[in-house]
Write a protein that binds this ligand. Structure first.
Ligand code: COA
Ligand code: AMP
Length: 624
């Protein structure tokens, strides 16, 4: 089997192809129907199959005799802790926590929000929900109370599971006040909260509503896995769209399990017993797919790392973890290695550690800039593999098909479409462009298993965002091109989504916050290039006539507002006060040109511009 024949079969005979892949997981009731077409080329995978995701991740390995193998290694330089769990131990803790949730009334279909730092209890909580057929929604711990409130109102959870604090490099972040504020702000009120007390902070609990984790599980009977339909939701994961309201990406159980299992072989060539480390956070899709589900479905040992690539304590942190746990496969965002390279340009730290266990390094989440790629390759001597995917797809749309045969990499390219993804580059009319020409990157429907099945509570939004823009295709929101040899190059978003340190953020949301300041008449936020974080948001603000606030004060207040509403993770640090914003004659702000000016790039004056002189004014603001 070669990549090309496997790819061809996945596109021409998708049902046969995915039927075969579906046999890799332990179903409760294997599916008879592989694909059920709904409308517009969209549909459901494995509609009559039943399974339980926690059973596949844990119990199945115990049945197969791997109960004593390490399932999870928790490595936390910020608390100086290392701890591991075998499959048996992890299963037991998950089953008890699930039993305790069940005692409190959580059942199949209920939503549970998990707002936690990178500790094993976060993984236990996710798998416990899956065990009951409850739908988890993990909210990244770096988001502020308001963001949590928005998600509470959208998902309407029965419970929130949290911890007393998260630990950043230079500060401890108390979570409980954020959870309390979020619940106060939200219209929907969860019935109860479970809080894991960490030794750094003891949070106070609200009687009747809040439960201490240890008391909560004490004496609870274990829960067995509840079989669910393949099409039942496993989780909701919110991601930034172009508006202030995040989209709840819905992932099903069956398609997800099959896709995760397949991707672990295809993309990572991971086998049972391999030590797999995705240095990300369970709050992001990388954490869901490749800290928790993918490695555990495959019988690997997954590493849960509570730390940073630098400053915990130094730029050797990643190499130290690889050595200590004999990591075989490492996956992170390019930003992480840009940070390491900045602090340790000659990779001196690398020479202090034995990383001979490491076979390959994977990068995704943002564009892999060729200098970072070359630096990593040169210093580690290992294959460095870029792959392109999104929260919506849950696994790589494009990758180097290492599990079939590793092909030559090209700097700047995420290599080939993964089997199942019929990737096309289209012009504004929806027609395919020539090789090498840039356009909108789209996937011809159907999407393979594992991709989003809807937007939570808003199927119309799902269709209007992803399916309607180009009939018959999934619109990825990314632009790029495919070269003569079929290599795919992703050049960046074509919408108002930006990527800051591998974190996806909406400039539209920041604009809504800035515009709510009483002195602001109008504003726009663009993503400007940043050497470390890829992009950072940059605000251009027009002040209302008669406003007396100074420029410095206004900038300070706007920075604080964005930090307060979205979180420090937004990295919004600069607001430039301008006299006018460049617009088209129909009133649309010319964000692309602003971005080009901010990045010091050449730009073409758009023919639709209302007044070209504004561009010169904006340039002067940036140069002053
Ligand atoms: N909880 C609370 N706050 C958090 C947080 C969390 N889980 N994660 C980050 N923050 C805060 C940080 O403390 C920082 O606050 P500050 O402005 O007060 O200093 C702010 O959010 C920005 O964080 P970050 O982008 O992480 O910047 P940094 O300067 O602390 O670290 C890097 C820079 C490059 C080391 C870091 O961005 C990194 O490790 N990136 C890897 C990217 C990654 O894993 N992406 C996941 C997708 S694969
Ligand atoms: P997220 O949903 O947070 O994973 O972000 C997805 C977005 O990140 C994509 O739409 C791309 O814009 C960007 N992205 C992810 N991986 C890559 C990659 N390998 N190369 C270029 N951009 C990427």
């Amino acid at each position: 089997m070669t990549y090309h024949s496997e790819f061809k079969r996945s596109i021409e005979q998708p049902e046969d192809f995915w039927r075969e892949q579906s046999t890799m997981i332990d179903w409760h009731q294997p599916p008879q129907t592989i694909w059920e077409k709904l409308e517009n080329g969209h549909g459901h995978w494995f509609p009559d199959g039943t399974l339980n995701t926690s059973d596949i991740a844990l119990d199945a390995h115990i049945r197969a005799g791997r109960g004593e193998q390490k399932a999870l290694i928790y490595d936390s330089p910020v608390t100086d802790t290392q701890q591991s769990y075998t499959y048996q131990e992890l299963r037991d803790q998950v089953a008890v926590f699930a039993g305790a949730l069940r005692n409190q009334g959580v059942e199949k279909g209920d939503r549970v929000i998990i707002y936690m730092p990178m500790i094993p209890q976060a993984v236990i909580a996710m798998l416990a929900c899956a065990r009951l057929g409850a739908i988890h929604s993990v909210v990244f711990g770096g988001f502020a109370a308001h963001e949590l409130a928005v998600r509470i109102d959208d998902a309407k959870p029965k419970a929130i599971i949290t911890a007393s604090c998260g630990i950043e490099v230079s500060r401890v972040i108390e979570y409980k006040p954020l959870v309390d504020d979020a619940i106060a702000e939200a219209v929907h009120k969860p019935e109860f909260c479970v809080l894991y007390q960490r030794s750094q902070v003891t949070a106070s609990l609200i009687p009747e509503r809040d439960h201490d984790w240890n008391n909560f599980v004490s004496g609870a009977a274990t829960a067995d896995p509840v079989p669910v339909k393949a099409t039942d939701p496993l989780y909701i994961l919110y991601t930034s769209g172009t508006t202030g309201k995040p989209k709840g990406v819905v992932r099903d159980n069956g398609g997800h399990a099959v896709a995760m299992r397949y991707s672990m072989s295809l993309v990572y060539d991971a086998r049972p017993g391999d030590v797999y480390w995705a240095a990300s956070d369970v709050g992001w899709v990388v954490g869901h797919s490749y800290i928790v589900y993918g490695p555990l479905f495959t019988g690997c040992t997954t590493v849960l790392y509570e730390g940073k690539p630098v400053r915990t304590p130094d730029a050797g942190a990643f190499w130290r973890v690889c050595q200590d746990h004999k990591v075989n496969i490492l996956f992170t965002a390019p930003t992480a290695f840009r940070a390491v390279r900045k602090e340790d340009p000659e990779a001196d730290q690398l020479r202090r550690y034995d990383i001979s266990s490491l076979k390959r390094i994977y990068l995704a989440g943002e564009r892999l800039d060729p200098p970072t790629y070359e630096w990593l390759r040169e210093h580690t001597g290992l294959p460095v593999l870029d792959h392109w995917w999104q929260t919506e797809t849950g696994w790589a749309i494009c990758c180097n098909p290492v599990g079939i045969d590793m092909v030559q990499t090209k700097p700047g390219s995420a290599t080939y479409p993964s089997p199942g993804f019929n990737v096309q580059v289209l012009d504004p009319e929806g027609l395919p462009v020539q090789a090498g020409e840039q356009g909108d990157v789209a996937v011809k429907l159907p999407l393979p298993p594992g991709c989003l099945t809807s937007v939570w509570g808003d199927d119309d939004r799902f269709k209007s965002t992803y399916l309607s823009p180009i009939p018959g295709y999934y619109a990825s929101g990314d632009g790029g091109y495919i070269d003569e040899e079929g290599y795919v190059f992703i050049m960046g978003r074509t919408d108002d989504v930006i990527n800051v340190a591998g974190h996806r953020l909406s400039t539209g949301e920041m604009e809504e916050i800035i515009a709510s300041h009483p002195a602001v008449a109008e504003c726009c936020v663009v993503g400007a290039n940043d050497e470390l974080k890829g992009q950072v948001p940059l605000g251009l603000v027009l002040v209302k006539d008669g406003a007396t606030i100074s420029e410095e004060e206004l900038e300070e207040e706007l920075v604080e507002m964005v930090r307060e509403r979205i979180g420090a993770i937004a990295c919004f640090r600069q607001a430039i006060i301008v006299d006018r914003l460049p617009k088209t004659r129909s009133g649309k702000i010319l964000r692309r040109v602003i971005r080009q000016i901010a990045d010091g790039q050449d730009y073409a004056v758009p023919s639709t511009i209302d007044d070209p002189a504004i561009l010169e004014e904006i340039s002067q603001h940036f140069s002053s």
